[in-house]
Design a protein around this ligand. Structure first.
Ligand code: BES
Ligand code: MN
Ligand code: ZN
Length: 487
């Protein structure tokens, strides 16, 4: 979808979108449109139940006197647009309302303050993953192709929007990766895909199994051992900050398909495990966003790419592996594989790059969905400061995070009789024991683990994304970096 800005003038075609506060008369250009049709818009409002309540939508086929096809009134409630997030959702509602309306263009009247957020929300909501649909009837295809935000200072808005668009490129890349089926996106093809980021100036390094074996990453390698695809560790670096400044580190779980391994998952719903690479997908999209908008920070990002398959060569329950850190792990359940991938990736990242902090992202546990549903991602951290910074970025972007506890008493639950630890902690506090496991590999570098199992994918349309991959975390972390670690 094309999103652009124009001056405040009545459009000649498509749909005109009027944002209406609750029980308020039309003003400005909206009043002009109403006058051009002798008050027919006010009348439509008066004779219907449209009050301007938040989320209310009224479509009016344009009365004679207006060149456009239709006028859409969109209710903003009492407060109007009072935050960045409400600007985003307003723009997104324009798209979800008009996507299949028949109109190709929608012109939204916006204030200078809200124009950019409206444009951003509209573009975010326009994404579809339709590359495998070859027979979609024309009547089902979206008609809307262009959004024009009419505003007082279109040039300034367009300038500010440039960076937003680069961030959305990252969100869309994440959604593409997460939506891709596992026969297409496996560790080898995923690594190839990531190398495309070098066009933006990201340094990309790919380690294969031989190199990882050399480094002693037996925890990660054990997970991929049953797969015909070669496991990969991909390291991305963006050096937009001062030379010598400690990098910020992001680490992602990239299990391109999680069958559970020998501890095989039940068949029902297993197809969802194609998005078990969501942590890696988010980290890659984040790098695209940061490099695309030339963030003034040094960043290192590492993703562990493996496929968790049962086979004659697969890891068994009861196997003991020695991680790169030297700590040994008894594998009691081959389906608790994400932590095994992350523990080597985290250890490697802190050991090699000495980062200021590490944030890992992973679709790590089903238990986080039991705790928080699909609204919030869970964050686990030993840093109050990082946790607060992430919560603030979450409210601004709508990628909400909720802090969960960690404590040494939970840590004890993964102690093991025959090795340094076991890879499961039992049914209770499943997300927390998973986090405690990861904490044993941070080497006391300030750290946040974000469990995104409930937020990577949505079975229903959301305010800012159609059902499917959400791109959760890209805008959260882009905002977190921008607000706290640049300049
Ligand atoms: N990838 C899953 C977690 C998951 C489950 C993500 C559902 C999204 C939706 C992870 O590898 C896993 O299987 N975790 C197990 C851990 C258990 C064996 C300790 C789980 O959550 O059941
Ligand atoms: Mn699993
Ligand atoms: Zn998994």
């Amino acid at each position: 979808m094309k999103v652009s800005f124009d001056k405040l003038a009545l459009p000649e075609n498509g749909a005109l979108v009027i944002l209406a506060e609750k029980d308020a008369p039309f003003t400005g250009l909206a009043a002009e449109a109403d006058n051009a049709v002798s008050g027919a818009l006010s009348k439509a409002k008066d004779v219907s139940n449209f009050t301007g309540a938040a989320g209310q939508v009224k479509e009016i086929i344009a009365p004679a006197g207006l060149a456009v096809e239709r006028v859409v009134l969109l209710g903003l409630g009492d407060k109007g647009i009072d935050s960045n997030y409400s600007g985003l959702t307003t723009g997104a509602t324009v798209v979800s309302t008009l996507l299949n309306s028949g109109s190709e263009t929608a012109t939204v009247i916006a204030s200078d303050d809200d124009a950019v957020a409206i444009a951003e929300g509209a573009l975010l909501r326009s994404y579809r993953f339709d590359k495998y649909r070859t027979k979609e009837p024309e009547s089902k295809k979206p008609t809307l192709k262009t959004i024009i935000v009419a505003t007082g200072n279109p040039d300034a808005a367009a300038e500010a929007f440039l960076e937003r668009e680069r961030v959305i490129d990252g969100v869309f890349m994440t959604r593409d990766l997460v939506s891709e089926p596992a026969n297409i996106l496996h560790p080898e093809s995923f690594a190839d895909e990531i190398t495309s980021l070098s066009d933006l100036g990201v340094e990309v390094e790919v380690l294969g199994e031989a190199e990882m074996a050399e480094l002693g990453m037996n925890a990660l390698l054990g997970v991929g051992q049953g797969s015909d695809k070669e496991s990969k560790l991909v390291i991305m670096r963006w050096n937009g900050g001062n030379e010598g400044d400690q990098p910020l580190a992001f680490v992602g779980k990239g299990v391109t398909f999680d069958t559970g391994g020998i501890s095989l998952k039940p068949g029902e719903g297993m197809e969802q495990m194609k998005w078990d690479m969501g942590g890696a997908g988010t980290v890659v999209g984040l790098m695209k966003a940061l490099a695309g908008r030339k963030a003034k920070a040094n960043i290192v990002a590492t993703v562990g790419l493996v496929e968790n398959m049962p086979s004659g060569n697969a890891q068994r329950p009861g196997d003991v592996v020695t991680s790169m850190s030297g700590q040994t792990i008894e594998i009691l359940n081959t389906d608790a594989e994400g932590r095994l991938v992350l523990c080597d990736a985290i250890w490697y990242t802190q050991d090699k790059y000495k980062p200021k902090f590490i944030i890992d992202l992973a679709t790590l546990t089903g238990a986080i969905i039991i705790s928080l549903g699909n609204e919030y991602a869970g964050i686990f951290s030993d840093s109050d400061e990082l946790s607060m910074q992430l919560s603030a970025a979450g409210s601004q972007t709508g990628d909400k995070v909720w802090r969960m506890p960690i404590h040494e008493n939970y840590d004890k639950m993964i102690n093991c009789d025959i090795a340094d630890m076991k890879n499961i902690g039992g049914r209770a506090a499943g997300s927390i024991t998973a986090a405690q496991f990861l904490k044993r590999f941070t080497n006391d570098v300030p750290w946040v683990h974000i469990d995104i199992a409930g937020t990577v994918w949505s079975e229903k349309d959301l305010p800012l994304s159609a059902k499917g991959g959400t791109g959760f975390g890209v805008r959260l972390l882009d905002r977190f970096v921008a607000d706290n670690y640049e300049g």
